[in-house]
Every structure is written in structure tokens, then in C-alpha cells.
Design a protein around this ligand. Sequence first.
Ligand code: PGA
Length: 251
Amino acid sequence: MQRKFIVGNWKMNGALTNNEALLKEVANGLAQMPTVDCAVCVPFPYLAQTQSLLRDTSIKWGAQNVHQANNGAYTGEVAVSMLRDFDCDYVIVGHSERRHLYGESNLLVAEKFAAVQEAELLPIMCVGETLEQREAGITEMVVAEQLAEVIKLRGVQSFRTAVIAYEPVWAIGTGKTATPEQAQEVHAFIRKHIAGLDEGFSQALCILYGGSVNASNAAELFCMPDIDGGLIGGASLAAKDFLAICNAGQK
Ligand code: PGA
């Protein structure tokens, strides 16, 4: 079994003073947990602060979005080379909030995924179905379609240097977590789907679960065979909760 990977997604939250206290507490706590891997994806303006507070720790950091182009006339956007300047390791692409609030298509997500990999950073690619899609019984089809665009653009082997996060849209920020069995079912599907196209690799594929993970449900999710860790929104904003989740991911 591979080490669990726990990623905090702060979304549009944070403030210089709070961040410092949060990151220091998380770093201190993680120093006592050598068997779990951890990263935080913070808003762009806090990358410099995060870099300076975490550079001597085991915690990695990253961004929550990126533009697909290398540079140019894209007012308000951020290029992956800029994220490299702050030593980011990870970039979340295709988060459901980006897909639903900002209309990001599967193709755009795949282009962002490609830009991240071309800069030698690791994409954390989010996939997941809405409640209507789940109720219509098309969860696997939706997830397969989300993955297909990346496979078309980059090849299935591109998942060898990426992380996938399964985040059912109906579970994000709603307090309504998928049951461990529901999550496991989709994780197993993703692994099998990739294995069908890239035999030999899929066991090493890191598939995170995200959607209302908290200190009380983390352990039961993490003990499912195809859940390799978590993408944590709300609960990553309080050091105590985030550390409890990381602790649940320890071997
Ligand atoms: P949540 O968010 O933990 O607040 O549900 C997860 C995510 O959106 O990545």
C-alpha cells in the first residue's frame, strides 16, 4: 500500500496573519507524522508566504488553477512558469468549482493539465459527477469522459506523473460525504479504466477522494483499498482538523 497523500485546498480563503499561524501549526504537527505525505494549495497571493514558511518542512505546496498558455495578453491570469518561480510542486486543475462556476470544459482542463506537465509540475486533476448524473446512473461515463480528454491530448501515460482527485460534486462543501463504499466504487473504476489502457502502472496511480472529508470520516475513507488520500477543502483551514485528517492517513 502506498503512503497516503493529503492535500489541503484553501479555495478563496486566507489572510497573511492567519496563514502564518495555520502553516506553522500544520508544519509542527506534520513533523511528528513521518509516514504521510502532505501538500497545501493556496491562493496565488500567498504562494510567497507559503514558500518561505514551508521550504524547510516536508510539506509541499501548489496552486489551485493556472492558465493554459505560457504567457501573453491574458489579463488577470497566471502562467505555470510563475508558479515555478515560487517552487510549487502541484497545481489543481478541473476543480468542480472551476468547471461549474467558470465554465471550464473537459478540453480546457486537459490543456491546463498539459501546461502543468510541460513545466514539470504535477497536476492534481479533479473529476466527479453531479447529483443528477449520479441519480441518472452515469457517474462512470461522466468520469471516463473527463479523463478521456486528457488521454486524447497527452496519452494515458501522462497519468504516471499526475494525481487524480475524485470529488463528487454533490459532496463538496455540503457536509454530505460519499460513503466509503460509494467512493471506493468510483476509485476502483478509475484505476481499472486507466489499467485497461496502461497496463502495469495503475497500482501506482494516486487517486484522492475529496468532498466533505473531516476528522471523523477520514479514517474510514482512507482504509478503502483504492483511496490513496484526500483533497480537503473546509477542514484544511483549521490546523487541528487538518492534522487529524493527516493522522488518519498515517500507515
Ligand atoms: P470540501 O472541499 O472538503 O470543503 O468539501 C473539497 C474540495 O472542493 O476540494
